[in-house]
Design a protein around this ligand. Structure first.
Ligand code: MLT
Length: 434
């Protein structure tokens, strides 16, 4: 008799955004004609830049001609795109990067979930609290999270509270984790981590042989000078960190699907199974030298392991989409994407200023397209969700969906239209919540 992966049975409820979708559908069915303003899921609403669309059309034309038709894409992405990423996103910003450190994929959500395939189920994982729910859920699916308690916590996960008092950047945990997820600019709190914060984390990871999984899907939203956009701006990070990047939020590819993950060749499994002690090759071969700790894993290249995983489970990203992603780096493409990011950040300022003026405590919205607000009067996150939906027709995301320390908070996104954003702020202010 077959057996299922029983870890799935431990997962509480549905995936956060699926839960919201179903609650909103139920509400809408009961309130036909009610105008709902969607500031819940962070989904792009601005159209693709014209240069990106032109590149897609051209590539689609090539696919229709025998002479230029392409079959399977290379497993790790076309060289033309990997080269552009290395040059524009790293080298031009002072970070040395080679195209073969970069793996093109369909999304940072899938990569940040799939990365667990190359990590032992025994690893102790640390996550920020609140956090993008994919990190906890995918570790739970892999059996790395233990059991889910009545307190809303997995008993094998180390939770690192991110609260106003620490500017939503966690302290180093007492219980030493093997794998640490960090996301800055942050989803959901909209906070940014400074250089000093990241230096502290990189130092900690190197000292303890831990691996940092750094999600920088929102780097394009940084507006303050000096705020790092990549973990690799920090010395030593290539020896302890993997970085996830996406075209979803930087270029409006939420529906087009293209992202990449950086696994530097310098990143190897260290003595005793930790990270960062030896030298290994790239994705050409997964074997490494036996390290000082005698572990078979010591010296193994994570670049090679991830390459092996991707080559086996992914058939690449379509040629048309990779040409579209390449066009993001053209002069016209950069201008178009920048304009969309600025549009969203103007929305973010409107939300932040409007909430503060109405008397709410609110954070974020300066280096990230998310605004994090405190629910008034001791309301729970879901109570505020229901009240805003009912009184204002505004859909947001309950903070508790991102973790126990998100309880009593609420997230609004800047990804809506200008008109809906302005209307939402006015309606929230008039909802009689304060
Ligand atoms: C969010 O709203 O947190 C994001 O859109 C979800 C995602 O990027 O998958």
């Amino acid at each position: 008799m077959f057996r299922i992966n029983e870890n799935y049975l431990k997962l509480p409820g549905s995936y956060l955004f699926a839960e919201i979708k179903s609650r909103v559908a139920k509400y809408a069915a009961g309130h036909p004609g009610r105008e709902l303003l969607r500031l819940g899921i962070g989904d792009a609403t601005r159209p693709l830049a014209p240069a990106v669309v032109d590149a897609m059309k051209l590539a689609a034309g090539e696919m229709g001609e025998a002479a230029t038709f392409r079959g399977y894409a290379p497993d790790y992405g076309y060289d033309f795109l990997r080269e552009k990423i290395a040059e524009h996103d790293y080298r031009r910003r002072g970070v040395a990067m080679q195209p073969d450190d970069i793996f093109v994929s369909d999304g940072a959500k899938s990569d940040s979930g799939n990365i667990g395939d190359i990590l032992s189920a025994d690893n102790v994982v640390a996550i920020c609290d609140p956090v993008y729910p994919v990190y906890a859920d995918t570790n739970a699916m892999a059996g790395r999270a233990g059991d889910y308690g009545a307190d809303g916590r997995w008993d094998r996960i180390v939770y690192m509270p991110c609260v106003p008092e620490n500017n939503f950047v966690p302290e180093l945990p007492d219980r030493a984790p093997d794998v640490i997820y960090l996301c800055y600019p942050n989803n959901p709190t909209g906070a940014a981590a400074g250089r000093g914060d990241l230096e502290r984390w990189v130092g900690y990871a190197l000292e303890r042989g831990a691996l940092i999984l750094y999600d920088s899907a929102y780097e394009a939203y940084v507006t303050e000078p000096g705020v790092p956009r990549s973990i690799y701006e920090i010395e030593g990070a290539k020896g302890c960190a993997i970085e996830f990047r996406s075209f979803s939020k930087t270029a409006g590819f939420t529906g087009t699907r293209c992202a990449y993950t950086v696994v530097p060749k310098e990143l190897v499994c260290g003595a005793g199974g930790g990270v960062g002690a030896a030298v290994a090759g790239g994705a050409g071969g997964a074997s490494g030298a036996m390290g000082a700790g005698g572990s078979v894993a010591a010296g193994v290249s994570l670049n090679a392991l991830w390459g092996r995983r991707q080559a086996t489970k992914l058939n690449g990203v379509s040629y048309v989409v990779q040409r579209a992603a390449e066009a993001v780096y053209s002069e016209e493409g950069r201008k178009g994407c920048r304009a969309a990011v600025e549009y969203y950040m103007e929305n973010a300022s409107i939300i932040l200023a409007g909430l503060k003026k109405a008397g709410f405590s609110a954070w974020g919205g300066v280096n990230a397209p998310y605004i994090w607000l405190k629910a008034p009067d001791g309301l729970s996150s879901w109570e505020l969700f229901d009240l805003l939906l009912d009184r204002a027709g505004v859909i947001g995301t309950p903070g508790s969906g991102f973790g126990p320390h998100g309880e009593g908070f609420f997230r609004l996104t800047a990804f809506s239209s200008r008109e809906d954003t302005q209307k939402a702020v006015e309606r929230i202010a008039a909802a009689g919540l304060l």
